[in-house]
Design a protein around this ligand. Structure first.
Ligand SMILES: Nc1ncnc2c1ncn2[C@@H]1O[C@H](COP(=O)(O)OP(=O)(O)OP(=O)(O)O)[C@@H](O)[C@H]1O
Length: 126
């Protein structure tokens, strides 16, 4: 039983180590974190509702997840094929494409959520 919990605890630690490695090695990851902080600040400022929070947090999570997978695929590709290979390039381009798709969706969701609040906020000045 004790071994079971020690193993689960170690798996959790390794996963956190992976997240830390992604933040340290990937400038894009730091950009995503900065964007996420801006979204949370805007969400608090505009007092978005519960469903809107779920959409925003889901979008942030999707972009983070895609970036971590992208980093894993890049790392593995560099290990398996350090020399030029069209398939290695394709694998990296596909992984980067997944991050781009998630980021575009997040931007669309952010616009749908925040635009009405922004327009209401700016109404007196327009
Ligand atoms: N071994 C390779 N063989 C063929 N093409 C490659 C190879 N490595 C990289 N490429 C091409 O160069 C692009 C950039 O690769 P790179 O490894 O520099 O990733 P990156 O997007 O710059 O990642 P990061 O800036 O996060 O390190 C890839 O998307 C791919 O098109």
């Amino acid at each position: 039983m004790r071994t079971y919990f020690t193993k689960r605890y170690n798996s959790f630690r390794f996963a956190l180590k992976g997240l830390g490695a992604a933040v340290r090695s990937e400038p894009h990851m730091r950009l995503h974190i900065l964007s996420a902080v801006a979204v949370v600040v805007a969400g608090v400022a505009f007092e978005v509702n519960r469903v809107e929070w779920c959409l925003l947090v889901g979008s942030i999570g999707l972009v983070f997840t895609a970036e971590v997978f992208n980093t894993a695929i890049e790392t593995l590709t560099n290990l398996v094929s350090p020399e030029f290979n069209p398939l290695a390039g394709k694998a990296k381009d596909l992984a980067a494409g997944a991050v781009l798709a998630a980021a575009i969706m997040a931007a669309v969701i952010g616009t749908i959520v925040f635009l009405p609040y922004l327009l209401r906020f700016l109404e007196p000045y327009l």
